[in-house]
Design a protein around this ligand. Sequence first.
Ligand SMILES: Cc1cc2nc3c(=O)[nH]c(=O)nc-3n(C[C@H](O)[C@H](O)[C@H](O)COP(=O)(O)O)c2cc1C
Length: 160
Amino acid sequence: MEGKEALRLLPWPVTLIGTCHEGRHNLMTASWVMQVSFRPPLVMVALAPERYTYEILTRNGEFAISILAADQMEIANFCGTHSGREVDKVKALGLKTKAATQIQVPLLEDCVANLECCLVSLHPAGDHVICVGEVVEGSVELKEASPLILLNWQPGVICR
Ligand SMILES: Cc1cc2nc3c(=O)[nH]c(=O)nc-3n(C[C@H](O)[C@H](O)[C@H](O)COP(=O)(O)O)c2cc1C
């Protein structure tokens, strides 16, 4: 069965999921992210329940999705291999942030785009939980940058 190999040929976006707890901003890399409705605009992110991000997101009900640019794989690797339980990833990477307009979670200044989301439902799915959020605001940040994608675990790019 070539299921594993075939699954890796699904292109994945590379995003950071931002959450905030008692003023502490955390970022986690997530590729299992997609739009699931136009009206209202809904997106989903599949989170393993052991993630610090899952704990905070389900407590606060707000999250930001930052779409990373083609040259930001190092940021994705760092935020995808360290937990906010042990490391302040924003500080460690020296990332620039700014206030969001509709949620309490800060946004990343340098990324392709930011989506501000409010959690609307949770759906257990195998070893992950699908977290559905309504997009309450969005902003395009780097106007010329192309989004980073992963194909067969290799970084690639979608040109705008
Ligand atoms: C490229 C990449 C994509 C990832 N996608 C997801 C994902 O969609 N869902 C998930 O639960 N974890 C995903 N991870 C793993 C988390 O980012 C990783 O466990 C992270 O350290 C969790 O951080 P936290 O404990 O601060 O929430 C991904 C990691 C990488 C490197």
